[in-house]
Design a protein around this ligand. Structure first.
Ligand code: ADP
Length: 545
């Protein structure tokens, strides 16, 4: 049927008649106000990062209509979130909470179940409820982005006093990123580890506060995350057990100085020895932030030019062409770049930097790049800003690599060991290049582990490119799992597969998660399928993919 250019027939959640669904939405309009309930009946527009859609994934790897919302609702308070949840239970309508929905590469704003009602928390619940300059903490609602928090510190004259930690892209939600266990690049980069205290609306509609927040009249909610009894926070990250309406976050005191640095290493094969050098330095905190080793392909793509600038044939760029193209960049004719930051006053930095220098120079040909030689628009300075908690979006540039560029990541966890790095590098290179894509790995060292991040940049206007990218990812996940490596976070379309790889003892962990799900959400309304956890009503009915 031809569709009117300005109207699409909205998708309706499975199991409810269209008329009943529209009536149910009217009921919600009465509770929230008509302007806070929007049916998704307009043509889907992808926009861009800062003006992203909340109805679907702007970087979808499937057809856009597959993981699409039926409607979007905008609660304005915790009480209104409770109302939405009770409404969903009454009508058995799946709802999918997002904070801001800029989760690019992991599904964006899309729900896992087609036709879910998206609960866009961020639009109206975007208050910074507290910034405490003595305790170095804050308390935020879902719509607070890294930019907003940073600007608030500045407006209060506190940005010299304390720092936030931002992920690669600063437009996302502080809560959204933490609950999905995203990371940043200051010493406070493990966002989930740095949060303190949650307010959560449960799938039944009840509200809880975790940790000290459960004690009426407390003044330590953001200071001691554990409180008393079981530490419940964990079940609200990478799950579908609750909607987080407030979260406390610890902030970093200004360390009294900082200095970004960059080293390059000549050969692909230097990766292994380099990782063995990095491990003890990171674990002993000589490297104080997430340590990153990025491949030259990634460095070249970060310049924001399409790959057709360098190479126009199909298939991966030959390494001779890649190296020639990179020759004029800071990485030059080298294979790897390390981006780091030393914190503290000059005399304290000097000790650490000297140690790092002598260790890195054990790799033959290692080069230290002098930042004063780099122009202000160099990628290096974007890494520098992010490593001192200044939000940035330059990292988006490499998505231009492909026409209609979109990305999806393979991100297995491993020890910080040369042998593991080499195995994962080999696996990634072989699979990604066989699928016809350029292999642009980055190794990101947390503390005792590292994630390899392999971003596949595909053309979202080309069905073949999308299919090839997805098939390649599925193969990577399976082969890595067979080698003992599992992903730390993933895209909606890979959640079932990856949850399946965590299958020790006949899937005991998933059975436990399902028990929790059934107890907390007996009607199965909250984000069914997220992270592979399906409620009873959906289980075994072909929803997995
Ligand atoms: P960002 O705003 O950083 O782009 P999102 O809002 O897209 O992040 O959040 C990432 C994912 O985390 C969402 O798809 C959703 O499943 C989950 N999520 C985000 N915010 C909440 C929340 N407040 N409560 C529960 N789950 C959430």
């Amino acid at each position: 049927k031809a569709q009117n250019a300005r109207q699409r027939l909205p998708v309706v959640p499975q199991g409810i008649e269209r008329d009943d669904f529209l009536k149910a939405l009217d009921e919600l309009r009465e509770q929230l106000g008509a302007e806070h309930v929007e049916v998704n009946n307009k043509p889907l527009r992808d926009g861009w990062y800062m003006e992203h859609p909340n109805t679907h994934d702007m970087m979808t790897i499937l057809d856009e209509e597959e993981l699409v919302a039926s409607a979007v609702v905008f609660p304005g308070s915790t009480q209104e979130v409770q109302q939405v949840v009770r409404w969903a239970n009454k009508h058995l309508i799946p709802i999918f909470p997002i904070s801001m929905g800029r989760n690019l590469g992991y599904g964006g704003a899309a729900p896992r179940v087609r036709g879910s009602v998206t609960v866009d928390l961020g639009r109206r619940m975007n208050a910074i409820l507290d910034i405490n300059a003595e305790d170095y903490t804050c308390l935020v609602e879902p719509g607070v982005s890294y930019y907003a928090l940073y600007e608030a510190l500045k407006a209060r004259g506190l940005d010299e006093h304390m720092w936030i930690d931002t992920p690669d892209l600063g437009g996302g939600s502080v809560i959204g990123n933490a609950v999905d266990r995203g990371v940043g690049y200051t010493p406070y980069g493990d966002h989930w580890a740095c949060h303190a205290g949650l307010e959560v609306v449960l799938p039944s509609g009840e509200v809880i506060r975790t940790g000290m927040g459960a004690l009426p009249g407390n003044n330590s909610w953001q200071l001691f995350p554990y409180g008393f009894g079981p530490f419940s926070d964990g079940i609200f990250s990478q799950s579908n057990f609750g909607i987080v309406t407030q979260m406390g976050m610890t902030l970093m005191p200004n360390p009294g100085g900082y200095e970004a640095f960059m080293y390059t290493f000549p050969n692909d094969e230097d990766l292994g020895p380099l990782m063995d050098i990095i491990r003890p330095l990171r674990i002993s905190n000589i490297f104080e932030n997430v340590a990153q080793v990025r491949h030259v392909t990634q460095g070249l793509a970060s310049r924001g030019l399409p790959r057709s600038t360098y190479y126009t044939s199909p298939g991966p760029i030959p390494s001779s062409i890649l190296r020639a193209a990179a020759a004029s960049t800071p990485v030059g004719d080298h294979a790897w770049a390390y981006y780091g930051m030393a914190y503290g006053p000059a005399h304290i930095r000097a000790h650490k930097l000297a140690l790092i220098d002598s260790e890195f120079r054990r790799v033959p040909g290692a080069r230290k790049i002098d930042p004063s030689t780099l122009p202000p628009d160099e990628y290096f300075w974007s890494r520098e800003r992010v490593a001192r908690g200044v939000p940035d979006i330059q990292e988006l540039a490499w998505v231009n690599w492909a026409p209609n560029g979109a990305h999806i990541a393979f991100s297995p966890v491993s020890p910080i060991r040369g042998a593991d790095a080499a195995r994962l590098f080999e696996l990634g290179k072989r699979r990604v290049e066989a699928a016809g894509f350029d292999f642009m790995p980055a190794f990101v060292v947390g503390l005792r582990e590292m994630h390899l991040i392999v971003e596949i940049v595909f053309d979202r206007g080309d069905v073949g490119s999308k299919k090839a990218a997805l098939a390649c990812l599925r193969d990577l996940v399976d082969e890595a799992a067979a080698m003992g490596y599992g992903e730390y976070r993933t895209h909606l379309v890979l959640m079932d597969q990856i949850a399946g790889t965590y299958g020790w003892n006949d899937g005991a962990l998933m059975k436990f998660n399902e028990k929790l799900k059934d107890a907390l959400d007996p009607n199965g309304i909250l984000a069914p399928g997220r992270c592979g956890i399906w409620p009873k009503r959906y289980r075994g009915r072909g929803w997995e993919m």
